[in-house]
Design a protein around this ligand. Structure first.
Ligand code: ACO
Length: 276
């Protein structure tokens, strides 16, 4: 895929970490139908891209994403059922279907505004780090709609009941520090440290066995909706699947290094992937 032809998304690779940047800074990276279509293509392309070990989702300028584009995604499509249908499909496909099941680790690097619909991709990412002064808000209530399009679901699953209802009903904005306090994100850092902190996390993930990471994220997301018995059986099957699929036989290698060679401590870091 030729990323240079994209108009609303930027893709840049840096030592195994691929930055995917929503790129409509003049509209605070609000999501237009075109952005949804382009993101579907980008994520499909990067899923099996050999140069991408970790994906970082961020925004151009001083905004992460100002939610759906109220003009282009809503008003302009109100009387165009077919375009609206296709835009809604793409919108759901990249923000949830593709991103939440992405086969590699994903990090939301929240560099500024994060409003409304942007919460879906925030929760779809495995990790989230924000600038201390980023601004978050469930602003739907402020313009007479509900947090739909999965927002209501992800906040009820991912936040405490009290916080989800508070922010959905008041629309009150809050900063990165508060977002970390309520565990909407992993942590917030001073703005000038945001990229370095994100890269440090990405680089630590890139050192780990990719098949193991993929199986862990798939498994953790799936067991949430299962009974204890289903989860026990499913996790056993995933463990066996991982051993079968892992091209570097990580489990056997790790056991040898710990039990036989005594060259590493699993509690303190990963096994030496470049050794037998
Ligand atoms: N949809 C469409 N256009 C948007 C959106 C949006 N969600 N957000 C910003 N823009 C546009 C503005 O209309 C403006 O366009 P213009 O220059 O052509 O007039 C431009 O982006 C810059 O916006 P300003 O408001 O001038 O920028 P400022 O930095 O002062 O404020 C802020 C940024 C706080 C993000 C403000 O634009 C805002 O409140 N946007 C709406 C955020 C929101 O509620 N999103 C949820 C939408 S609902 C949903 O996602 C389901």
């Amino acid at each position: 895929m030729d990323f240079s032809t994209l108009q609303t998304v930027r893709v840049e690779r840096e030592n195994g970490t691929t930055f995917v940047t929503l790129n409509r800074p003049e509209k605070r990276n609000a999501m237009s139908p075109q952005l949804h279509f382009e993101m579907v293509d980008v994520l499909k392309e990067l899923a099996e891209d050999e140069d991408t070990r970790v994906v970082v989702l961020t925004g151009a300028g001083d905004s992460w994403c100002a939610g759906q584009d109220i003009q282009l995604f809503f008003r302009d499509l109100d009387d165009k059922p077919k375009q609206r249908y296709l835009a809604r499909l793409a919108n759901h496909e990249w923000r949830w279907s593709l991103l939440s099941t992405f086969p590699k680790p994903t990090i939301a690097m929240v560099n500024g505004y994060c409003f409304g619909g942007a919460f879906v991709q925030l929760f779809a990412c495995d990790f989230a780090i924000a600038a201390d002064d980023a601004q978050f808000g469930l602003s739907e209530v402020n313009w007479g709609i509900l947090p739909g399009g999965l927002v209501g679901k992800v906040i009820m699953d991912g936040l405490s009941y009290r916080d989800a209802v508070w922010y959905a009903m008041t629309g009150e904005p809050f900063d990165g520090k508060k977002a970390a306090e309520i565990r909407l994100i992993n942590k917030s850092v001073p703005r000038d440290r945001l990229r370095a902190e994100t890269m440090a996390l990405a680089e630590s993930l890139a050192k780990k066995n990719p098949q193991t990471l993929r199986t862990i994220k798939e498994s953790l997301r799936m067991v949430r909706g299962m009974s204890i018995d289903q989860a026990a059986d499913y996790l056993l099957a995933k463990e066996r699947e991982m051993r079968f699929l892992d091209p570097e036989s990580g489990r056997a290698k790790a056991m040898k290094q710990f039990l036989d060679d005594k060259t590493y401590r699993p509690g303190m870091g990963e096994y030496k992937r470049d050794q037998t």
